[in-house]
Design a binder for this molecule. Sequence first.
Ligand code: FNR
Length: 347
Amino acid sequence: TAAPEHLDLAALEAEAAALLPPAVADFYAGGAESETTLAEAPAAWRTWRLRPRVLTGLSAVRLRTSLLGSDVATPIGIAPWAYQALAHPDGERGSARAAAASGALLTVSTSASAPLAEVAATEPGAPKWFQLYRQHSPAHTDDLARRAGQAGYRALVLTVDLPVLGRRLRDVASGFALPADLPPGNLPTESAVEAESPVWTVDDIARFGDLSGLPVVTKGVLRGDDAARCVQAGAAAVWVSTHGGRQADPAVASAHALPEVVDAVGDDAEVYVDGGLRSGSDVFTALALGADAVFVGRPAIWGLATGGADGVSRVLDGLTAQLAHTMLLCGVPDVRSVPRDAVTPAR
Ligand code: FNR
């Protein structure tokens, strides 16, 4: 079998697209509006170039790190993505097994196919975070936050870039809808019809922290001033993201927003980033620009669609091996301290 770093994500993407029903493949692959953000995301990482340091005597690298107090074997985690049972019968439990096997952090979506407690109970010793979406009913949103804390999730990720759903034209064209036999796993438990949940403000950071008893991460921040407001309001970490190009479009690429957010946050909170990361050198660039960790969405989807839990592990292990390879080539020993001057703008 090929070495893990020989992972070919482009081939895996094509394989996944061929396996999935067209409307599902489009739901996973698509972005909002003109899909400009979607198209620019990978290219934006490659506007940076490596500055390898030579003659360092480096022969091994450290990949382990700690994220909000949870130890992980790799700084590459799985981003929350919806309805995983549409990709493979292993669904979210498969992602949980893969994350545990690879020592990676798993973020579980509110829009999971499996109930949040069942995913939490899969490999219960492995660190998982729960991603919270605002629900129609405020009682339902609060209930999810509380249950995430009780189920053993270690952080609550508030997705803040979705005051309304992005205009995803592929889904409109395909008439994408969940099949009746694969319903959402986190439907409301209460029967009362309730008023619509108000759109979130920064005050909700402390509120959901109290409800869940968990550190709060705000996902979908693209501005330094917003990052500072989140941290001021109690966020333990800020997650730079364009939601995979599925919300505001054309939005600034994560690779271009990251330095501004890192500068605004300083040492007051952790900073993560996702969007278009497709190789170990992309990950290395994100770490050099100041991210404490990165997350992948679609690469994990392609892994699950093509190989279930094992497929997701191959993606995580492949990207991590590629990161180690780049670190060796660049003379950087530790993922926790990739120097800013390890990359420079391309000219
Ligand atoms: C997502 N994303 C997402 N984000 C979130 O907070 N909750 C969710 O349920 C989902 N669902 C979802 C479904 C699909 C099909 C995609 C592609 C994305 C966004 C996701 O967490 C992440 O921000 C992006 O996927 C990262 O970009 P890449 O790695 O896909 O380029």
